[in-house]
Design a protein around this ligand. Structure first.
Ligand SMILES: *[C@@H]1O[C@H](CO)[C@@H](O)[C@H](O)[C@H]1NC(C)=O
Ligand SMILES: *[C@@H]1O[C@H](CO)[C@@H](O)[C@H](O)[C@H]1NC(C)=O
Length: 157
């Protein structure tokens, strides 16, 4: 009788232990995320697994990948692609301001990475608390407008 009682008591005790371990694990995980967040030095793959490519909405991507912090490094990864006899390449430009960004106007843009920088992953560190406007200028701006290869970030201090 006493043994049966003890057995019945065992189950809740095991559950309590289980929950305790789970809570501890969660605390550890959130703690490490917070520590990462604090250091403000994340390395972020632009586009996630899709990398830097034509036709992916990078404005939407940036909304989910943020918030960004000064000291974070963005990685732009891209390969030349062959479609029929046309080779499609990409690059990375910094556009002048929000107006240029809206219009995909590359007149005063600065190319920070050409096609050759993509395969190894071009790294760009956000060093200032200001707005950055990234875009691909290929095909006379078509990659930026129709291809949605543009996004802006304003890293937090
Ligand atoms: C891209 O995503 C943004 C944010 O969700 C949205 O406002 C915008 O309309 C999208 N652009 C296109 C061309 O779908
Ligand atoms: C590329 O392909 C198009 C049609 O698919 C053809 O008209 C054109 O002549 C080709 N160009 C070269 C350089 O082979």
């Amino acid at each position: 009788m006493a043994m049966a009682m003890a057995k019945a008591m065992d189950l809740p005790r095991q559950w309590t232990l289980c929950v305790f371990v789970l809570v501890l694990a969660l605390m550890l995980v959130s703690g490490s995320v917070e520590a990462k967040h604090y250091r403000g030095s994340r390395t972020i793959m632009v586009g996630g697994d899709l990398h830097w490519k034509f036709g992916y909405n990078y404005t939407a991507w940036a909304l989910t990948a943020g918030p960004f912090h000064v000291g974070d490094t963005l990685v732009f990864k891209y390969q030349p692609a062959q479609i029929g006899n046309i080779t499609i390449v990409h690059n990375v430009n910094l556009l002048k301001d929000h107006k240029a960004f809206m219009k995909c106007d590359f007149k005063h843009a600065v190319e920070i990475a050409d096609a050759s920088r993509g395969p190894s992953g071009f790294e760009y560190t956000l060093t200032h608390h200001r707005s950055y406007y990234f875009a691909c200028s290929e095909r006379g701006g078509l990659h930026c407008s129709a291809g949605m290869m543009k996004f802006s970030v304003r890293p937090m201090k």
